[in-house]
Design a protein around this ligand. Structure first.
Ligand code: ZN
Length: 135
């Protein structure tokens, strides 16, 4: 079951240049920064009540975030739903005809299990499921 919007992922060119906006202009609290090798990104997590903002900076030219920035510029990259059973949630989507990017969850930021649905099937919103982990 989907439990909440866990976080909103936002692609940025530079964490160093973007973090002050969230801290100073919005007054949000930076929880942590973390490099996620499996996705070739460096992330910064901010608290927004029960949910989070995840800034994503590419660490390599072939990072999915680098490709996104090239195509779209900075902006909202994905919406992540926190789920209690990620395998069951993926199966439900697949059974409904949605193509999965990750048939098996991978380990993302915070040690969470994460998996993405194929954006061609999600009506314009790149959709992530995540479960477990520390944030
Ligand atoms: Zn995410």
């Amino acid at each position: 079951m989907i439990q909440k919007v866990d976080h909103i992922g936002i692609a940025v060119r530079s964490l160093a240049e973007t973090i002050p906006y969230y801290e100073n202009a919005l007054g949000m609290k930076l929880l942590k920064t973390e490099e996620v090798e499996s996705q070739k990104v460096r992330t910064a997590f901010f608290e927004a009540g029960e949910t989070h903002v995840e800034l994503l900076e590419p660490t390599a030219d072939d990072s999915p975030i680098a490709k996104f920035l090239e195509k779209n510029g900075e902006g909202i990259h994905h919406v992540a739903f926190g789920v209690d059973d990620i395998t069951g949630q993926l199966k439900q989507a697949a059974d409904a005809g949605v193509k999965l990017i990750h048939e098996v969850p991978m380990i993302g930021a915070g040690g969470k299990q994460v998996a993405f649905l194929h954006p061609k099937f999600t009506h314009g919103v790149l959709t992530e499921f995540c479960s477990g982990g520390e944030h």
